[in-house]
Ligand binder design. Structure first.
Ligand SMILES: *Cc1c(COP(=O)(O)O)cnc(C)c1O
Length: 382
């Protein structure tokens, strides 16, 4: 039965029917560190760093949603990506999308480099470049598609082929798309990685991360790593995610429709020099994107010709909030050059086309016309 259900239904039922004590429909928050054992020896639950029923309910739900063998939950997206890197040995080599999330870049450069992990950032849109970057010690290829903030598209099927051809894993940071729009594991990836903080929880009120994998052994290994390193998701936070994720399908449908409207309106505006959104007819990579994903998502970026006007534009906004983060019910706008991507050296930002006039918009659930009107009145100030 579960296999014939649409993921839009699965997502609503995450956590339902988990309470053996009273049959509570909503999974209770098991706010406990430890568990009383029946007689001597350990019961199924022992210590909440290792396992907690609230967290477990969510993990089963997320694994189901992507038809993975297991999901491991972490206290943030970065804790999830850290655990993924903990699978690597010293002197392993990693190939990453060059415009990855700034925090992933920082994790590699500031932390794992000191532990002897080597890495190469490449333009993963270019399959040849990825193939050329592979080394005998490459253990992991880590990609984001669409990328952040330029929404560039990487061919996931080719990444699977290249990674597996070299005995490496493919991990996809699928935060922007969610399992409802893109299913990396179904395309052959070894890991789907999520900042659950974003669309999955959806309300800008909880930090969480997840890794979903098609392999039972790997799911167990990741649970062991989470237990060993300790960055696990707290019961209350797991509950908040469970509450938020139920409306994912409805939120995403609406946010995506609005994003399409906003992208079209901004494209037609004389004070906007470029709009980056895979839903636009002329977006590079659009055809490829729709071969591996079922929607364009609700993230877009746009370029203002004069970077000096950005503060005036931001100050004039009344509905859209200037704030980092994305994927929640409130529309948020950020300036990648000075905020989300400031971890990259300036020369790198410029080389990657993350220019001072670029803005990234996470389209929320406000009435579509209100979002458009707010942006258009703010453009009068640039
Ligand atoms: C936010 C984000 C992360 C990091 O997640 P946190 O929950 O903030 O730790 C990783 N990847 C992408 C694409 C993100 O947007």
């Amino acid at each position: 039965m579960a296999n014939h259900r649409h993921p839009e239904s699965t997502v609503v039922h995450i956590g339902v029917g988990q309470d053996p004590s009273y049959g509570a429909l909503s999974t209770p928050i098991y706010q406990t560190v430890t568990y009383q054992h029946p007689g001597s020896g350990l019961g199924p639950f022992d210590y909440s760093r290792t396992v907690n029923p609230t967290r477990l309910g969510l993990a089963h739900g997320l694994a189901d949603l992507e038809q993975g063998a297991g999901a491991t939950l972490f206290s943030s997206g970065m804790a999830a990506i850290t655990a993924l890197c903990h699978l690597l040995d010293q002197k392993s080599h990693v190939v990453l999308t060059e415009d990855v999330y700034g925090g992933t870049y920082r994790l590699m450069v500031d932390v794992f480099q000191r532990f002897g992990v080597q890495f190469t950032f490449v333009d993963t849109r270019d399959v040849e470049k990825v193939a050329a970057a592979m080394q005998p010690n490459t253990r992991l290829v880590f990609v984001e598609t669409p990328s952040n903030p330029l929404l560039q598209i990487t061919d996931l099927r080719s990444m699977v082929e290249i990674a597996h051809g070299h005995g490496a894993w493919l991990a996809v940071d699928n935060t922007f798309m969610t399992p409802l729009r893109q299913r990396p594991l179904a395309l052959g990836a070894d890991f789907s990685v999520y900042s659950v903080t974003k669309y999955l929880s959806g309300h800008n009120d909880v930090l969480a991360g997840a890794i979903v994998t098609p392999s039972h052994e790997m799911a167990i290994r990741l649970d062991e790593l989470a237990n060993a390193t300790g960055g696990v998701l707290a019961p209350f936070d797991a509950w908040l995610v469970m509450r938020g994720v139920k409306t994912l399908a409805a939120r995403l449908d609406r946010q995506e429709r609005t994003a399409q409207i906003v992208a079209e309106r901004l494209s037609a505006h004389p004070r906007v020099s470029h709009v980056f959104y895979p839903g636009l007819p002329k977006a590079p990579g659009r055809t490829l994107h729709f071969e591996q994903a079922t929607g364009a998502g609700a993230m877009l970026s746009f370029q203002l010709p004069d970077p000096q006007s950005i503060p005036r534009f931001m100050d004039a906004l009344q509905l859209v909030s200037p704030a980092v983060s994305l994927g929640g019910v409130e529309s948020l706008i950020t300036h990648p050059f000075s905020e989300t991507h400031r971890e990259f050296p300036e020369s790198e930002r410029l080389r990657l086309n993350i220019l001072p006039g670029l803005l990234r918009l996470s389209v929320g659930l406000e009435y579509p016309d209100d979002i458009v009107q707010d942006l258009i009145q703010a453009l009068d100030h640039v």
